[in-house]
Write a protein that binds this ligand. Sequence first.
Ligand code: 13P
Length: 260
Amino acid sequence: MSKRIPMMAGNWKMNMDHVQATQLVQKLDWTLKDGKHDFGVVEVVVLPPFTDLRTVQTMVEGDKLDIRYGAQDISVYDDGAYTGEISGPMLSKLGCSYVVIGHSERREYHQESDELLNKKVEAAYRNGLTPILCCGEGLEIRKAGHQVAHTVAQIEADLKGIPAEQAASIVIAYEPIWAIGTGEVATPEDAQEVCAAIRAKLAELYSAELADGVRILYGGSVKSDNVVGIMAKEDVDGALVGGASLKAEEFAKICMFTTA
Ligand code: 13P
């Protein structure tokens, strides 16, 4: 019997300035509280742009909100002459719990390699941040039926040399690229197939016990009307939500999927 607590994480991507962030987080908090959401049953996370993090920290700490937050990227370096980069120490000082690493949009538009992402995973752990490590295949690979091999190879490369004590807390997000922002949601069976394979890879790299405790999220066009089916799958422990996380009521519904 697994003790995994489901996580619903809203990846805002490059949306919402810090003023809009205040409104969104406030409304999300009210809506969840109105719906008597139990934050101990489903963890709620927001992942705003860097420029919003201080504002979100002030609200979460000041009003003692149960919402957790994190960043969308991290530098492999802790300080120095790296213009435009944001470091792990800066993110931990901002109270971030999580950091997204290896989102397909960064792999694709910023040419982030598995070798670099492996260093980002190290940087996150070195600074007390939990990675939300993203993986997933594009349409060509899916059509060829190689989604499992492709995705587990990414995970193996990104976790190279990461010790079990650290890997035990990792969150993995399986996001098939063809289902991101397209309205094309993978079927619950598609999600389950790859999430189960990722868990099996973790068992092989570490141990069955470690693999059983790791949360694996699905991401790609998740909405309140498809989340229940996806969450019914054994190896899916939550969702990484893009577009639908920008609307407080919709994201709150996703977080409250157990009461749907
Ligand atoms: P959408 O939910 O907008 O498809 O985005 C998914 C995603 O990329 C989350 O990281």
